[in-house]
Design a protein around this ligand. Structure first.
Ligand code: GAR
Length: 205
């Protein structure tokens, strides 16, 4: 079976993107990262992607003066021009409209630094500490129009210790992210997880 063509969308340093690029180097990995797109020209991940020999593109949302549709159409054109099969959002900090999400329905994943459905949105580590939860982690899920609400493909967690701070939690959770995102992408690319089947098995790893 031919490898799925994947675009990774970033806004920042791109450590999850790097984890996906590394995983995809394996001969038997069912997906190849063919494009990295950033909505921020200064994203550090762009240089990392170029160093890895991956095509990069910038679709700068600021150039579209708040016209979300125009931004997303340009992004969509770029993805189609590269014949992308699957999108991985990896620290992509723009909300996507239902138009875009529907176009890529079942073909777009996101990684979120919390054990969804807990702590949707921003500042997840701070909020986990403030809430006093015993475990915290990361989730890969299919993207649906509602933010951070799509069916879960992979999730893993750690116990929060007495000495944990926002920074230590962020670092510990990031290690989980780097492990579960390549695993989740593999499952989706192999057709072992789909929008219809995801989230039906509690704690799918
Ligand atoms: C990651 O922790 C990712 O889970 C988070 O941003 C970070 C990006 O790091 N994403 C979100 O908060 C999405 N709402 P990276 O650029 O090094 O992968």
């Amino acid at each position: 079976m031919s490898k799925k063509r994947v675009a990774v969308l970033i806004s920042g340093r791109g450590s999850n993107m790097t984890a996906l690029i590394e995983a995809a180097k394996a001969k038997d990995y069912p997906a190849e990262i063919v494009l990295v797109v950033s909505n921020r020209p200064e994203a550090l991940g762009l240089a990392r992607a170029r160093d890895a020999g991956i095509n990069t593109a910038i679709v700068d949302h600021a150039q579209f003066g708040g016209d979300r549709q125009a931004f997303e159409r340009t992004l969509d054109d770029k993805l189609r021009a590269h014949r992308i099969d699957l999108i991985c959002l990896a620290g992509f900090m723009r909300l996507l409209t239902p138009w875009f999400v529907t176009r890529w329905n079942g073909r777009m994943l996101n990684i979120h630094p919390a054990l969804l459905p807990q702590f949707k949105g921003l500042h997840t580590h701070r909020r986990a500490l403030a809430a006093g939860v015993k475990r915290h982690g990361a989730t890969v899920h299919f993207v649906v129009p509602e933010m951070d609400a799509g069916p879960i493909v992979a999730q893993d967690s750690i116990a929060i210790g007495d000495g944990d701070t926002e920074e230590t939690l962020a670092a510990r959770v990031l290690e989980i992210e780097h492990r579960i995102y390549p695993r989740a992408l593999r499952m989706v690319a192999e057709g072992r997880a789909s929008l219809a089947s995801a989230g039906k098995h509690e704690g799918t790893r």
